[in-house]
Write a protein that binds this ligand. Structure first.
Ligand SMILES: Nc1ncnc2c1ncn2[C@@H]1O[C@H](COP(=O)(O)OP(=O)(O)OP(=O)(O)O)[C@@H](O)[C@H]1O
Length: 614
Protein backbone atom coordinates (compact mmCIF):
# COMPACT_ATOMS: atom_id res chain seq x y z
CA UNK A 1 0.00 0.00 0.00
CA UNK A 2 1.20 3.52 -0.81
CA UNK A 3 2.13 5.72 2.15
CA UNK A 4 0.75 9.23 2.49
CA UNK A 5 2.82 11.69 0.43
CA UNK A 6 4.32 8.87 -1.59
CA UNK A 7 3.81 9.65 -5.28
CA UNK A 8 0.89 7.80 -6.90
CA UNK A 9 3.02 6.72 -9.89
CA UNK A 10 6.66 5.70 -10.16
CA UNK A 11 9.13 7.98 -11.92
CA UNK A 12 9.67 5.37 -14.64
CA UNK A 13 5.91 5.14 -15.23
CA UNK A 14 5.72 8.93 -15.58
CA UNK A 15 8.63 8.92 -18.02
CA UNK A 16 6.88 6.23 -19.99
CA UNK A 17 3.61 8.24 -19.96
CA UNK A 18 5.26 11.45 -21.18
CA UNK A 19 7.44 9.93 -23.88
CA UNK A 20 4.72 7.61 -25.14
CA UNK A 21 2.44 10.63 -25.60
CA UNK A 22 5.24 12.70 -27.16
CA UNK A 23 5.78 9.88 -29.61
CA UNK A 24 2.06 9.86 -30.43
CA UNK A 25 1.98 13.63 -30.86
CA UNK A 26 5.14 14.09 -32.94
CA UNK A 27 7.87 11.47 -33.27
CA UNK A 28 10.50 14.04 -34.24
CA UNK A 29 10.32 15.59 -30.75
CA UNK A 30 12.36 12.69 -29.33
CA UNK A 31 15.08 12.97 -31.98
CA UNK A 32 15.38 16.73 -31.69
CA UNK A 33 15.58 16.29 -27.92
CA UNK A 34 18.51 13.87 -28.20
CA UNK A 35 20.26 16.16 -30.67
CA UNK A 36 19.90 19.05 -28.22
CA UNK A 37 21.50 16.96 -25.45
CA UNK A 38 24.52 16.17 -27.65
CA UNK A 39 25.02 19.77 -28.77
CA UNK A 40 24.52 21.06 -25.21
CA UNK A 41 27.60 19.05 -24.21
CA UNK A 42 29.68 19.74 -27.32
CA UNK A 43 29.30 23.52 -26.88
CA UNK A 44 30.90 23.83 -23.39
CA UNK A 45 33.50 21.23 -24.39
CA UNK A 46 34.46 23.58 -27.24
CA UNK A 47 34.78 26.48 -24.81
CA UNK A 48 37.23 24.42 -22.71
CA UNK A 49 39.25 22.75 -25.48
CA UNK A 50 39.57 25.67 -27.93
CA UNK A 51 41.33 28.13 -25.52
CA UNK A 52 43.74 25.36 -24.50
CA UNK A 53 44.60 24.81 -28.21
CA UNK A 54 45.29 28.53 -28.59
CA UNK A 55 47.45 28.59 -25.42
CA UNK A 56 49.30 25.52 -26.77
CA UNK A 57 50.12 27.40 -30.01
CA UNK A 58 51.45 30.35 -28.02
CA UNK A 59 53.40 28.03 -25.74
CA UNK A 60 55.28 26.41 -28.62
CA UNK A 61 55.60 29.76 -30.53
CA UNK A 62 53.77 28.51 -33.66
CA UNK A 63 54.06 30.21 -37.08
CA UNK A 64 51.72 33.19 -37.59
CA UNK A 65 50.02 31.48 -40.58
CA UNK A 66 49.35 28.31 -38.50
CA UNK A 67 48.05 30.53 -35.74
CA UNK A 68 45.65 32.35 -38.12
CA UNK A 69 44.35 29.12 -39.75
CA UNK A 70 43.78 27.54 -36.38
CA UNK A 71 41.94 30.62 -35.08
CA UNK A 72 39.66 30.64 -38.16
CA UNK A 73 38.94 26.94 -37.67
CA UNK A 74 38.27 27.50 -33.96
CA UNK A 75 35.75 30.28 -34.73
CA UNK A 76 34.07 28.23 -37.47
CA UNK A 77 33.66 25.18 -35.24
CA UNK A 78 32.47 27.26 -32.31
CA UNK A 79 30.07 29.32 -34.47
CA UNK A 80 28.51 26.28 -36.13
CA UNK A 81 28.07 24.40 -32.85
CA UNK A 82 26.56 27.51 -31.18
CA UNK A 83 24.11 28.09 -34.05
CA UNK A 84 22.91 24.46 -34.13
CA UNK A 85 22.59 24.39 -30.36
CA UNK A 86 20.56 27.64 -30.32
CA UNK A 87 18.27 26.35 -33.08
CA UNK A 88 17.61 23.07 -31.25
CA UNK A 89 16.95 24.81 -27.93
CA UNK A 90 14.46 27.26 -29.42
CA UNK A 91 12.71 24.62 -31.48
CA UNK A 92 12.33 22.22 -28.57
CA UNK A 93 11.09 24.95 -26.21
CA UNK A 94 8.35 25.99 -28.61
CA UNK A 95 7.38 22.41 -29.37
CA UNK A 96 7.09 21.54 -25.68
CA UNK A 97 4.75 24.49 -25.11
CA UNK A 98 2.78 23.34 -28.11
CA UNK A 99 2.30 19.76 -26.91
CA UNK A 100 1.32 21.04 -23.47
CA UNK A 101 -1.39 23.34 -24.83
CA UNK A 102 -2.60 21.33 -27.82
CA UNK A 103 -2.40 17.84 -26.44
CA UNK A 104 -2.13 17.47 -22.66
CA UNK A 105 -4.56 20.36 -21.94
CA UNK A 106 -7.14 18.63 -24.09
CA UNK A 107 -6.72 15.41 -22.10
CA UNK A 108 -7.66 17.38 -18.98
CA UNK A 109 -10.54 19.13 -20.76
CA UNK A 110 -11.92 15.79 -21.93
CA UNK A 111 -11.67 14.32 -18.46
CA UNK A 112 -13.62 17.27 -17.01
CA UNK A 113 -16.25 17.07 -19.74
CA UNK A 114 -16.87 13.36 -19.40
CA UNK A 115 -16.20 12.33 -15.80
CA UNK A 116 -19.08 11.64 -13.37
CA UNK A 117 -20.68 14.97 -12.50
CA UNK A 118 -20.95 13.90 -8.86
CA UNK A 119 -17.16 13.46 -8.77
CA UNK A 120 -16.47 16.86 -10.26
CA UNK A 121 -18.66 18.42 -7.59
CA UNK A 122 -16.67 16.99 -4.67
CA UNK A 123 -14.52 19.50 -2.86
CA UNK A 124 -11.60 17.03 -2.67
CA UNK A 125 -11.79 16.36 -6.41
CA UNK A 126 -11.89 20.11 -7.14
CA UNK A 127 -8.65 20.50 -5.17
CA UNK A 128 -7.17 17.65 -7.22
CA UNK A 129 -8.33 19.36 -10.41
CA UNK A 130 -6.58 22.55 -9.28
CA UNK A 131 -3.33 20.61 -8.82
CA UNK A 132 -3.76 18.84 -12.18
CA UNK A 133 -4.29 22.27 -13.79
CA UNK A 134 -1.12 23.61 -12.14
CA UNK A 135 0.83 20.83 -13.81
CA UNK A 136 -0.09 21.99 -17.31
CA UNK A 137 -0.77 25.70 -17.01
CA UNK A 138 2.72 27.11 -16.74
CA UNK A 139 6.01 26.95 -18.62
CA UNK A 140 8.61 24.60 -17.19
CA UNK A 141 6.00 23.11 -14.85
CA UNK A 142 4.77 19.54 -14.53
CA UNK A 143 4.46 17.80 -17.88
CA UNK A 144 6.24 20.42 -19.97
CA UNK A 145 8.76 20.80 -17.15
CA UNK A 146 9.73 17.12 -17.30
CA UNK A 147 10.50 17.40 -21.02
CA UNK A 148 12.78 20.43 -20.49
CA UNK A 149 14.32 19.12 -17.31
CA UNK A 150 15.04 15.77 -18.85
CA UNK A 151 16.98 17.43 -21.65
CA UNK A 152 18.95 19.36 -19.04
CA UNK A 153 19.43 16.28 -16.88
CA UNK A 154 20.73 14.14 -19.75
CA UNK A 155 22.95 17.02 -20.88
CA UNK A 156 24.48 17.23 -17.43
CA UNK A 157 24.89 13.47 -17.10
CA UNK A 158 26.58 13.24 -20.50
CA UNK A 159 28.75 16.24 -19.61
CA UNK A 160 29.61 14.66 -16.28
CA UNK A 161 30.61 11.37 -17.94
CA UNK A 162 32.80 13.14 -20.51
CA UNK A 163 34.46 15.40 -17.92
CA UNK A 164 34.79 12.53 -15.39
CA UNK A 165 36.71 10.51 -17.95
CA UNK A 166 39.27 13.32 -18.20
CA UNK A 167 39.46 13.90 -14.43
CA UNK A 168 39.58 10.16 -13.69
CA UNK A 169 42.55 10.05 -16.00
CA UNK A 170 44.28 12.86 -14.01
CA UNK A 171 43.45 11.33 -10.57
CA UNK A 172 40.55 8.94 -9.78
CA UNK A 173 40.52 10.05 -6.12
CA UNK A 174 39.45 13.57 -7.13
CA UNK A 175 36.54 12.04 -9.02
CA UNK A 176 35.43 9.95 -6.01
CA UNK A 177 35.74 13.02 -3.77
CA UNK A 178 33.59 15.15 -6.11
CA UNK A 179 30.92 12.46 -6.45
CA UNK A 180 30.73 12.00 -2.65
CA UNK A 181 30.11 15.74 -2.14
CA UNK A 182 27.38 15.68 -4.77
CA UNK A 183 25.59 12.79 -3.08
CA UNK A 184 25.36 14.83 0.14
CA UNK A 185 23.92 17.75 -1.82
CA UNK A 186 21.31 15.54 -3.51
CA UNK A 187 20.14 14.17 -0.14
CA UNK A 188 19.67 17.66 1.33
CA UNK A 189 17.76 18.79 -1.78
CA UNK A 190 15.47 15.77 -1.56
CA UNK A 191 14.55 16.56 2.04
CA UNK A 192 13.52 20.11 1.04
CA UNK A 193 11.45 18.85 -1.90
CA UNK A 194 9.61 16.26 0.20
CA UNK A 195 8.64 18.93 2.71
CA UNK A 196 7.37 21.17 -0.10
CA UNK A 197 5.32 18.31 -1.53
CA UNK A 198 3.73 17.63 1.88
CA UNK A 199 2.32 21.15 1.87
CA UNK A 200 0.85 20.96 -1.63
CA UNK A 201 -2.69 19.91 -0.65
CA UNK A 202 -2.93 22.80 1.78
CA UNK A 203 -1.64 25.22 -0.86
CA UNK A 204 -4.11 23.92 -3.49
CA UNK A 205 -7.04 24.42 -1.08
CA UNK A 206 -6.00 28.03 -0.38
CA UNK A 207 -5.57 28.71 -4.09
CA UNK A 208 -9.14 27.53 -4.77
CA UNK A 209 -10.40 30.08 -2.23
CA UNK A 210 -8.22 32.79 -3.77
CA UNK A 211 -9.33 32.13 -7.33
CA UNK A 212 -13.00 32.00 -6.24
CA UNK A 213 -12.65 35.43 -4.60
CA UNK A 214 -10.78 36.82 -7.63
CA UNK A 215 -13.63 35.60 -9.85
CA UNK A 216 -16.16 37.33 -7.59
CA UNK A 217 -14.16 40.57 -7.66
CA UNK A 218 -14.06 40.60 -11.47
CA UNK A 219 -17.54 39.14 -12.09
CA UNK A 220 -20.13 41.44 -13.58
CA UNK A 221 -23.10 39.81 -11.84
CA UNK A 222 -21.40 39.75 -8.44
CA UNK A 223 -20.46 43.42 -8.99
CA UNK A 224 -24.07 44.46 -8.37
CA UNK A 225 -24.38 42.72 -5.01
CA UNK A 226 -20.91 43.81 -3.95
CA UNK A 227 -21.93 47.44 -4.41
CA UNK A 228 -25.41 47.18 -2.95
CA UNK A 229 -24.53 45.07 0.08
CA UNK A 230 -20.98 46.42 0.66
CA UNK A 231 -19.51 42.93 0.27
CA UNK A 232 -16.11 44.36 -0.69
CA UNK A 233 -14.85 44.40 2.90
CA UNK A 234 -15.70 40.80 3.64
CA UNK A 235 -14.25 39.64 0.29
CA UNK A 236 -11.03 41.57 0.97
CA UNK A 237 -10.84 40.18 4.51
CA UNK A 238 -11.26 36.53 3.46
CA UNK A 239 -8.82 37.07 0.56
CA UNK A 240 -6.28 38.66 2.93
CA UNK A 241 -6.56 35.80 5.40
CA UNK A 242 -6.04 33.24 2.59
CA UNK A 243 -2.95 35.21 1.47
CA UNK A 244 -1.57 35.19 5.01
CA UNK A 245 -2.08 31.45 5.33
CA UNK A 246 -0.24 30.94 2.05
CA UNK A 247 2.55 33.26 3.17
CA UNK A 248 3.04 31.29 6.39
CA UNK A 249 3.35 28.00 4.51
CA UNK A 250 5.69 29.50 1.92
CA UNK A 251 7.91 31.05 4.63
CA UNK A 252 8.31 27.59 6.22
CA UNK A 253 9.16 26.05 2.84
CA UNK A 254 11.67 28.84 2.15
CA UNK A 255 13.27 28.18 5.56
CA UNK A 256 13.98 24.58 4.59
CA UNK A 257 15.45 25.72 1.26
CA UNK A 258 17.62 28.24 3.10
CA UNK A 259 19.32 25.38 5.01
CA UNK A 260 19.77 23.66 1.68
CA UNK A 261 21.44 26.77 0.18
CA UNK A 262 23.91 27.01 3.08
CA UNK A 263 24.89 23.35 2.68
CA UNK A 264 25.40 23.98 -1.04
CA UNK A 265 27.74 26.95 -0.41
CA UNK A 266 29.86 24.97 2.08
CA UNK A 267 30.16 22.00 -0.31
CA UNK A 268 31.06 24.27 -3.23
CA UNK A 269 33.79 25.92 -1.17
CA UNK A 270 35.26 22.52 -0.23
CA UNK A 271 35.03 21.22 -3.79
CA UNK A 272 36.61 24.19 -5.56
CA UNK A 273 39.31 24.68 -2.88
CA UNK A 274 40.52 21.08 -3.05
CA UNK A 275 40.40 20.74 -6.88
CA UNK A 276 42.06 24.05 -7.74
CA UNK A 277 44.71 23.44 -5.02
CA UNK A 278 45.54 20.09 -6.57
CA UNK A 279 45.86 21.56 -10.12
CA UNK A 280 48.19 24.32 -8.88
CA UNK A 281 50.27 21.61 -7.21
CA UNK A 282 50.51 19.77 -10.60
CA UNK A 283 51.45 23.01 -12.39
CA UNK A 284 54.29 23.59 -9.94
CA UNK A 285 55.45 20.00 -10.60
CA UNK A 286 55.74 20.24 -14.39
CA UNK A 287 52.22 20.35 -15.92
CA UNK A 288 52.17 22.41 -19.18
CA UNK A 289 50.21 25.69 -19.20
CA UNK A 290 47.87 24.52 -22.01
CA UNK A 291 47.04 21.34 -20.04
CA UNK A 292 46.57 23.45 -16.91
CA UNK A 293 44.08 25.65 -18.82
CA UNK A 294 42.29 22.54 -20.12
CA UNK A 295 42.09 20.80 -16.70
CA UNK A 296 41.07 24.02 -15.00
CA UNK A 297 38.16 24.29 -17.43
CA UNK A 298 37.30 20.63 -17.01
CA UNK A 299 37.37 20.70 -13.18
CA UNK A 300 35.37 23.93 -13.09
CA UNK A 301 32.96 22.52 -15.63
CA UNK A 302 32.59 19.23 -13.76
CA UNK A 303 31.54 21.10 -10.61
CA UNK A 304 28.99 22.91 -12.79
CA UNK A 305 27.61 19.67 -14.22
CA UNK A 306 27.30 18.19 -10.74
CA UNK A 307 25.58 21.26 -9.30
CA UNK A 308 23.18 21.32 -12.21
CA UNK A 309 22.51 17.58 -11.94
CA UNK A 310 21.41 18.04 -8.33
CA UNK A 311 19.25 20.98 -9.36
CA UNK A 312 17.76 19.06 -12.24
CA UNK A 313 17.11 15.99 -10.07
CA UNK A 314 15.23 18.18 -7.64
CA UNK A 315 13.31 19.88 -10.45
CA UNK A 316 12.59 16.53 -12.08
CA UNK A 317 11.26 15.38 -8.70
CA UNK A 318 8.98 18.42 -8.54
CA UNK A 319 7.72 17.77 -12.09
CA UNK A 320 7.30 14.08 -11.25
CA UNK A 321 5.01 14.94 -8.33
CA UNK A 322 3.05 17.34 -10.53
CA UNK A 323 2.64 14.73 -13.26
CA UNK A 324 1.36 12.36 -10.58
CA UNK A 325 -1.27 15.00 -9.72
CA UNK A 326 -2.26 15.27 -13.38
CA UNK A 327 -2.47 11.53 -13.94
CA UNK A 328 -4.22 10.89 -10.64
CA UNK A 329 -6.98 13.26 -11.67
CA UNK A 330 -7.20 11.84 -15.20
CA UNK A 331 -7.35 8.29 -13.81
CA UNK A 332 -10.17 8.99 -11.33
CA UNK A 333 -12.63 6.13 -11.55
CA UNK A 334 -16.22 6.86 -12.54
CA UNK A 335 -19.18 5.03 -11.05
CA UNK A 336 -21.24 5.32 -14.24
CA UNK A 337 -20.39 3.56 -17.49
CA UNK A 338 -19.25 6.22 -19.92
CA UNK A 339 -17.98 4.38 -22.94
CA UNK A 340 -19.56 0.95 -22.53
CA UNK A 341 -22.94 0.14 -20.98
CA UNK A 342 -26.36 -0.53 -22.43
CA UNK A 343 -28.39 1.66 -24.80
CA UNK A 344 -32.02 2.55 -24.22
CA UNK A 345 -33.45 1.52 -27.60
CA UNK A 346 -33.08 3.68 -30.69
CA UNK A 347 -36.62 3.32 -32.03
CA UNK A 348 -38.26 4.97 -28.96
CA UNK A 349 -39.26 8.62 -28.98
CA UNK A 350 -39.91 8.66 -25.25
CA UNK A 351 -38.39 7.06 -22.16
CA UNK A 352 -39.96 5.00 -19.39
CA UNK A 353 -38.61 5.96 -15.95
CA UNK A 354 -39.05 4.05 -12.71
CA UNK A 355 -37.91 5.27 -9.30
CA UNK A 356 -37.83 2.09 -7.25
CA UNK A 357 -37.57 2.90 -3.51
CA UNK A 358 -34.91 5.55 -4.18
CA UNK A 359 -33.20 7.22 -1.23
CA UNK A 360 -30.35 9.66 -1.60
CA UNK A 361 -27.99 11.68 0.54
CA UNK A 362 -25.15 13.93 -0.59
CA UNK A 363 -21.65 12.80 0.23
CA UNK A 364 -20.62 13.87 3.70
CA UNK A 365 -24.21 14.83 4.65
CA UNK A 366 -25.91 13.11 7.58
CA UNK A 367 -29.51 13.34 6.41
CA UNK A 368 -31.23 11.86 3.41
CA UNK A 369 -32.50 14.47 0.90
CA UNK A 370 -34.80 11.89 -0.73
CA UNK A 371 -36.32 8.89 1.07
CA UNK A 372 -38.01 5.87 -0.41
CA UNK A 373 -39.23 7.67 -3.54
CA UNK A 374 -41.32 5.42 -5.80
CA UNK A 375 -43.08 6.31 -9.06
CA UNK A 376 -43.42 5.05 -12.60
CA UNK A 377 -43.37 7.57 -15.45
CA UNK A 378 -44.50 5.75 -18.57
CA UNK A 379 -43.41 6.68 -22.10
CA UNK A 380 -45.03 9.98 -23.07
CA UNK A 381 -46.21 10.83 -19.52
CA UNK A 382 -46.06 14.46 -18.37
CA UNK A 383 -45.26 14.78 -14.69
CA UNK A 384 -45.12 17.82 -12.43
CA UNK A 385 -43.01 17.87 -9.31
CA UNK A 386 -44.02 20.33 -6.62
CA UNK A 387 -43.09 21.01 -3.03
CA UNK A 388 -41.67 23.66 -0.72
CA UNK A 389 -38.10 25.00 -0.98
CA UNK A 390 -35.50 22.40 -0.11
CA UNK A 391 -37.94 19.47 -0.48
CA UNK A 392 -35.48 17.74 -2.85
CA UNK A 393 -37.01 18.48 -6.28
CA UNK A 394 -33.81 19.53 -8.07
CA UNK A 395 -31.96 16.63 -6.47
CA UNK A 396 -34.57 14.22 -7.87
CA UNK A 397 -34.09 15.73 -11.35
CA UNK A 398 -30.31 15.40 -11.06
CA UNK A 399 -30.70 11.74 -10.11
CA UNK A 400 -32.96 11.24 -13.11
CA UNK A 401 -30.27 12.86 -15.30
CA UNK A 402 -27.68 10.37 -14.09
CA UNK A 403 -25.54 12.95 -12.28
CA UNK A 404 -25.65 10.95 -9.05
CA UNK A 405 -26.22 7.31 -8.13
CA UNK A 406 -29.04 6.59 -5.64
CA UNK A 407 -27.75 5.79 -2.16
CA UNK A 408 -30.47 3.13 -1.88
CA UNK A 409 -32.93 1.72 -4.41
CA UNK A 410 -32.81 1.76 -8.22
CA UNK A 411 -33.65 4.06 -11.11
CA UNK A 412 -34.72 2.17 -14.23
CA UNK A 413 -34.66 3.73 -17.70
CA UNK A 414 -36.62 1.63 -20.18
CA UNK A 415 -36.21 -1.22 -17.69
CA UNK A 416 -32.40 -0.85 -17.48
CA UNK A 417 -30.76 0.12 -14.19
CA UNK A 418 -29.26 3.58 -14.73
CA UNK A 419 -25.96 2.19 -13.36
CA UNK A 420 -25.80 -0.19 -16.31
CA UNK A 421 -26.57 2.45 -18.95
CA UNK A 422 -24.08 4.01 -21.30
CA UNK A 423 -24.42 7.37 -19.59
CA UNK A 424 -22.90 9.43 -22.43
CA UNK A 425 -25.54 8.04 -24.76
CA UNK A 426 -28.27 8.67 -22.18
CA UNK A 427 -27.18 12.34 -21.93
CA UNK A 428 -27.82 12.63 -25.67
CA UNK A 429 -31.39 11.42 -25.13
CA UNK A 430 -32.42 13.86 -22.43
CA UNK A 431 -32.78 17.64 -22.34
CA UNK A 432 -32.77 19.60 -19.12
CA UNK A 433 -33.31 23.23 -18.19
CA UNK A 434 -31.90 23.88 -14.73
CA UNK A 435 -32.48 26.99 -12.66
CA UNK A 436 -28.79 27.85 -12.64
CA UNK A 437 -27.97 26.99 -16.26
CA UNK A 438 -25.66 29.43 -18.04
CA UNK A 439 -25.05 30.16 -21.69
CA UNK A 440 -21.71 30.38 -23.47
CA UNK A 441 -20.53 33.70 -24.86
CA UNK A 442 -21.00 32.36 -28.41
CA UNK A 443 -23.75 33.01 -30.97
CA UNK A 444 -27.41 32.37 -30.22
CA UNK A 445 -27.46 29.62 -32.85
CA UNK A 446 -24.39 27.91 -31.39
CA UNK A 447 -25.91 28.01 -27.93
CA UNK A 448 -29.12 26.40 -29.14
CA UNK A 449 -27.63 23.76 -31.43
CA UNK A 450 -24.18 23.12 -29.98
CA UNK A 451 -22.76 23.59 -33.52
CA UNK A 452 -22.50 26.62 -35.79
CA UNK A 453 -25.88 27.77 -37.06
CA UNK A 454 -24.88 26.90 -40.65
CA UNK A 455 -24.45 23.26 -39.76
CA UNK A 456 -27.61 23.12 -37.65
CA UNK A 457 -30.84 21.71 -39.00
CA UNK A 458 -32.30 25.09 -39.99
CA UNK A 459 -35.93 24.05 -39.80
CA UNK A 460 -35.56 22.47 -36.35
CA UNK A 461 -33.67 25.50 -35.12
CA UNK A 462 -36.41 27.93 -36.15
CA UNK A 463 -39.12 25.62 -34.83
CA UNK A 464 -37.44 25.53 -31.41
CA UNK A 465 -37.02 29.31 -31.49
CA UNK A 466 -40.68 29.81 -32.33
CA UNK A 467 -41.98 27.35 -29.75
CA UNK A 468 -39.90 28.90 -27.00
CA UNK A 469 -41.24 32.38 -27.82
CA UNK A 470 -37.84 33.80 -28.80
CA UNK A 471 -38.60 34.49 -32.49
CA UNK A 472 -39.65 38.11 -32.05
CA UNK A 473 -36.42 38.94 -30.27
CA UNK A 474 -34.22 37.18 -32.84
CA UNK A 475 -36.06 38.87 -35.73
CA UNK A 476 -35.22 42.22 -34.16
CA UNK A 477 -31.47 41.48 -34.22
CA UNK A 478 -29.58 42.45 -37.42
CA UNK A 479 -27.44 39.32 -37.25
CA UNK A 480 -30.31 37.06 -36.12
CA UNK A 481 -29.11 33.69 -34.79
CA UNK A 482 -25.52 34.72 -35.58
CA UNK A 483 -25.62 37.38 -32.86
CA UNK A 484 -23.11 36.82 -30.09
CA UNK A 485 -24.14 36.73 -26.45
CA UNK A 486 -22.20 38.76 -23.87
CA UNK A 487 -18.91 40.44 -24.69
CA UNK A 488 -16.31 37.85 -23.66
CA UNK A 489 -15.70 36.54 -27.19
CA UNK A 490 -17.16 39.23 -29.44
CA UNK A 491 -17.31 42.92 -28.61
CA UNK A 492 -20.64 43.37 -30.37
CA UNK A 493 -22.26 40.66 -28.21
CA UNK A 494 -25.63 41.43 -26.66
CA UNK A 495 -27.04 40.89 -23.20
CA UNK A 496 -30.34 38.98 -22.98
CA UNK A 497 -32.86 39.69 -20.23
CA UNK A 498 -33.60 36.98 -17.64
CA UNK A 499 -36.82 35.92 -19.41
CA UNK A 500 -35.19 35.95 -22.88
CA UNK A 501 -32.39 33.83 -21.51
CA UNK A 502 -34.89 31.34 -20.18
CA UNK A 503 -36.57 31.18 -23.60
CA UNK A 504 -33.19 30.53 -25.18
CA UNK A 505 -32.52 27.66 -22.76
CA UNK A 506 -35.94 26.28 -23.55
CA UNK A 507 -35.23 26.51 -27.29
CA UNK A 508 -31.97 24.63 -26.71
CA UNK A 509 -33.83 21.84 -24.89
CA UNK A 510 -36.51 21.67 -27.59
CA UNK A 511 -33.99 21.65 -30.47
CA UNK A 512 -32.42 18.54 -29.03
CA UNK A 513 -35.51 16.40 -29.78
CA UNK A 514 -34.87 14.53 -26.56
CA UNK A 515 -36.83 11.50 -25.41
CA UNK A 516 -37.10 12.90 -21.90
CA UNK A 517 -37.40 16.60 -21.03
CA UNK A 518 -36.73 17.87 -17.54
CA UNK A 519 -37.57 21.45 -16.64
CA UNK A 520 -36.64 23.01 -13.32
CA UNK A 521 -38.73 26.19 -13.07
CA UNK A 522 -38.64 26.85 -16.84
CA UNK A 523 -40.85 29.93 -16.65
CA UNK A 524 -39.68 31.53 -13.41
CA UNK A 525 -38.22 34.57 -15.21
CA UNK A 526 -40.91 34.84 -17.94
CA UNK A 527 -43.70 37.40 -17.98
CA UNK A 528 -47.27 36.18 -17.49
CA UNK A 529 -48.11 36.34 -21.24
CA UNK A 530 -45.02 34.40 -22.31
CA UNK A 531 -45.69 31.84 -19.61
CA UNK A 532 -49.32 31.40 -20.58
CA UNK A 533 -48.41 31.07 -24.30
CA UNK A 534 -45.89 28.42 -23.40
CA UNK A 535 -48.37 26.37 -21.40
CA UNK A 536 -50.94 26.63 -24.17
CA UNK A 537 -48.58 24.91 -26.57
CA UNK A 538 -47.31 22.51 -23.94
CA UNK A 539 -48.70 19.37 -25.62
CA UNK A 540 -47.29 20.48 -29.00
CA UNK A 541 -43.91 21.25 -27.44
CA UNK A 542 -43.55 17.83 -25.93
CA UNK A 543 -45.08 15.80 -28.76
CA UNK A 544 -45.33 12.32 -27.21
CA UNK A 545 -42.08 12.66 -25.29
CA UNK A 546 -41.77 12.01 -21.55
CA UNK A 547 -41.43 15.15 -19.45
CA UNK A 548 -41.13 16.20 -15.87
CA UNK A 549 -41.18 19.73 -14.68
CA UNK A 550 -40.80 21.55 -11.47
CA UNK A 551 -42.82 24.66 -10.92
CA UNK A 552 -43.80 26.74 -7.94
CA UNK A 553 -46.66 28.24 -10.00
CA UNK A 554 -49.21 25.57 -9.36
CA UNK A 555 -51.58 26.78 -12.08
CA UNK A 556 -49.17 25.26 -14.58
CA UNK A 557 -49.46 21.75 -13.15
CA UNK A 558 -52.94 21.25 -14.60
CA UNK A 559 -51.28 20.64 -18.00
CA UNK A 560 -49.62 17.53 -16.56
CA UNK A 561 -50.95 13.98 -16.35
CA UNK A 562 -49.73 13.48 -12.83
CA UNK A 563 -48.43 15.63 -10.00
CA UNK A 564 -45.95 14.43 -7.35
CA UNK A 565 -46.01 16.48 -4.18
CA UNK A 566 -42.67 16.17 -2.44
CA UNK A 567 -42.42 16.86 1.26
CA UNK A 568 -39.12 16.53 3.15
CA UNK A 569 -37.78 14.18 0.50
CA UNK A 570 -40.81 11.88 0.44
CA UNK A 571 -43.69 11.72 -2.01
CA UNK A 572 -46.52 12.87 0.24
CA UNK A 573 -49.25 13.11 -2.42
CA UNK A 574 -49.55 11.88 -6.01
CA UNK A 575 -52.30 12.17 -8.60
CA UNK A 576 -53.89 14.52 -11.13
CA UNK A 577 -54.68 18.14 -10.22
CA UNK A 578 -58.34 17.26 -9.57
CA UNK A 579 -57.44 14.21 -7.48
CA UNK A 580 -55.06 16.20 -5.30
CA UNK A 581 -57.58 19.01 -4.87
CA UNK A 582 -60.18 16.42 -3.79
CA UNK A 583 -57.67 14.99 -1.35
CA UNK A 584 -57.62 18.42 0.30
CA UNK A 585 -54.06 17.92 1.54
CA UNK A 586 -50.87 19.99 1.35
CA UNK A 587 -51.10 20.47 -2.42
CA UNK A 588 -54.69 21.77 -2.20
CA UNK A 589 -53.61 24.10 0.58
CA UNK A 590 -50.69 25.53 -1.46
CA UNK A 591 -52.92 25.90 -4.51
CA UNK A 592 -55.54 27.79 -2.49
CA UNK A 593 -52.92 30.12 -1.00
CA UNK A 594 -51.61 31.00 -4.48
CA UNK A 595 -54.97 31.38 -6.20
CA UNK A 596 -56.19 33.64 -3.36
CA UNK A 597 -53.84 36.41 -4.52
CA UNK A 598 -54.93 36.14 -8.12
CA UNK A 599 -58.58 36.34 -7.05
CA UNK A 600 -57.88 39.34 -4.81
CA UNK A 601 -55.98 41.06 -7.58
CA UNK A 602 -58.85 40.52 -9.98
CA UNK A 603 -61.22 42.02 -7.41
CA UNK A 604 -59.24 45.27 -6.85
CA UNK A 605 -57.14 46.02 -9.91
CA UNK A 606 -58.09 49.68 -10.40
CA UNK A 607 -57.69 50.50 -6.75
CA UNK A 608 -54.07 49.40 -6.82
CA UNK A 609 -53.42 51.57 -9.88
CA UNK A 610 -55.17 54.58 -8.45
CA UNK A 611 -53.23 54.46 -5.19
CA UNK A 612 -50.04 54.41 -7.12
CA UNK A 613 -50.61 57.31 -9.50
CA UNK A 614 -52.89 59.80 -7.81
N1 LIG B 1 -24.67 19.62 -4.06
C1 LIG B 1 -25.24 19.54 -2.85
N2 LIG B 1 -24.50 19.10 -1.82
C2 LIG B 1 -25.06 18.98 -0.59
N3 LIG B 1 -26.35 19.27 -0.30
C3 LIG B 1 -27.11 19.73 -1.30
C4 LIG B 1 -26.60 19.89 -2.63
N4 LIG B 1 -27.59 20.36 -3.41
C5 LIG B 1 -28.68 20.48 -2.61
N5 LIG B 1 -28.39 20.10 -1.35
C6 LIG B 1 -29.33 20.06 -0.21
O1 LIG B 1 -30.39 19.18 -0.56
C7 LIG B 1 -31.62 19.71 -0.11
C8 LIG B 1 -32.62 19.71 -1.27
O2 LIG B 1 -32.16 20.63 -2.25
P1 LIG B 1 -32.88 20.77 -3.67
O3 LIG B 1 -32.14 21.78 -4.44
O4 LIG B 1 -33.02 19.42 -4.25
O5 LIG B 1 -34.31 21.31 -3.21
P2 LIG B 1 -35.49 21.92 -4.08
O6 LIG B 1 -36.71 21.21 -3.65
O7 LIG B 1 -35.16 21.87 -5.52
O8 LIG B 1 -35.50 23.41 -3.57
P3 LIG B 1 -35.97 24.77 -4.32
O9 LIG B 1 -37.46 24.73 -4.48
O10 LIG B 1 -35.57 25.81 -3.35
O11 LIG B 1 -35.22 24.87 -5.61
C9 LIG B 1 -31.35 21.09 0.44
O12 LIG B 1 -31.41 21.02 1.85
C10 LIG B 1 -29.95 21.43 -0.02
O13 LIG B 1 -29.26 22.12 0.98
Amino acid sequence: MKKENEPAYSLSSNYHYIYENMWKYDKSLIFYGLAEVIFNVILPLCTVILPSIVVGLLERKAEISEFIYTMILVFLVYGTVSAVQAFLTTRNRNQYIDIRLNYFSLILFRKCFHMDYSLLEKEKVRAELKKAGDSIYGNWQGLEGLMHRNINFLTNVLGLVAYSAVIGWINPLILIFLLALSSIQILVFRRAKLYEHKKKDEIARIKITQSYLQDQAFDLKAGKDIRLYQLDKIISRVYGSANNKLKRIKTKVRGIYYVNDIVEIVLKFLRDGCCYGYLIYLLIHGLSVSDFVLYLGIVGGLAGWITKITEEISELGRCHYMICDFRKFCDLKDTFSHTKGQMTGEEDTALDIVFDHVSFKYEGAEDYVLEDVCFHMKKGDKYALVGVNGAGKTTLVKLMCGFYQPTKGRILVNGIDIKELNIENYFKEIAVVFQDTTVLSLTIGENICGVTADKAAEEDLWQAIELSGLKKKIDSLPKGVHTYLNKDVEESGIQLSGGELQKLLLARALYKKAKLLLFDEPTAAMDAIAESELYEQYQKLLKGRSALFISHRLASTRYCDKILFLDKGRIAEAGSHEELMDMNGRYAMMFEVQSKYYKEERQYPRQACDTQWV
